[in-house]
Write a protein that binds this ligand. Structure first.
Ligand code: HEC
Ligand code: HEC
Ligand code: HEC
Ligand code: HEC
Length: 111
């Protein structure tokens, strides 16, 4: 009897743990995460992407600063890339990091 009780208690604890891991932002993409701030207008005008992505790039920088002022994963790409070249905000989930090998084939890693 006691064993059965402990066992079901364990199952409950396990379920709670699994739930809280599942709920910890892991399944939310970056765009939805940011839309929680000011809606789609955090990055777009009228929920529509700009033709060249320039408006969205400006929005990223208005909150996060420019590539030139960020860490060594970012700085070398100043004037070369936009944020979304590495952070595909509608496809990538919160907590997922871009990998260098998407573009560099010499085995370099994020610092
Ligand atoms: C964090 C900034 C950000 C937020 C918030 C955001 N977007 Fe985007 N969105 C982008 C960027 C950057 C692109 C262009 C690159 C791409 O496709 O990922 C884009 C692309 C798009 C596209 C065209 C490409 C596609 O995915 O088909 C649509 C449509 C779009 N967004 C709609 C929305 C809507 C609707 C919302 C609100 C629910 C929203 N976006 C929230 C940054 C954002
Ligand atoms: C309205 C201000 C605002 C805008 C615009 C904005 N961000 Fe953010 N972003 C934040 C805040 C606040 C956080 C959460 C704190 C942090 O990680 O800096 C965040 C977090 C992030 C993260 C870290 C998410 C994680 O995995 O922990 C990334 C990557 C990011 N933003 C990229 C972008 C990109 C790319 C754009 C433009 C397409 C953008 N942001 C536009 C405010 C903004
Ligand atoms: C060359 C690819 C690349 C580009 C371009 C890039 N990032 Fe990142 N970003 C990364 C990598 C890799 C990480 C994870 C390692 C780290 O934190 O530096 C990261 C992490 C982040 C984080 C989380 C850092 C933290 O301390 O939590 C934010 C916020 C962010 N980037 C915003 C941006 C913004 C805004 C832009 C455009 C101005 C941008 N990134 C452009 C590769 C990139
Ligand atoms: C979206 C494509 C892309 C990604 C992902 C990317 N880079 Fe780059 N990187 C470039 C481009 C384009 C250049 C400029 C052309 C060149 O010099 O190869 C560059 C140049 C650099 C340079 C200066 C020139 C050189 O080759 O040393 C460094 C350092 C660098 N990247 C580091 C990184 C690191 C670290 C990561 C992973 C965090 C990374 N990059 C991810 C596209 C990318």
């Amino acid at each position: 009897m006691k064993n059965i009780f402990l066992c079901s208690l364990f199952a409950v604890c396990f379920a709670v743990l699994t739930f809280s891991i599942g709920a910890s932002a892991a399944e939310e993409n970056l765009a939805d995460f940011h839309a929680g701030m000011n809606g789609c207008e955090s990055c777009h005008v009228n929920e529509e992407p700009s033709v060249d992505g320039g408006y969205e790039f400006e929005q990223c920088q208005s909150c996060h600063g420019s590539l030139a002022k960020m860490n060594d994963n970012h700085k070398p790409h100043d004037g070369m890339l936009m944020c979304v070249d590495c952070h595909a905000v509608h496809e990538v989930n919160v907590g997922e990091q871009p990998v260098c090998e998407a573009c560099h084939d010499d085995g370099r890693l994020a610092k």
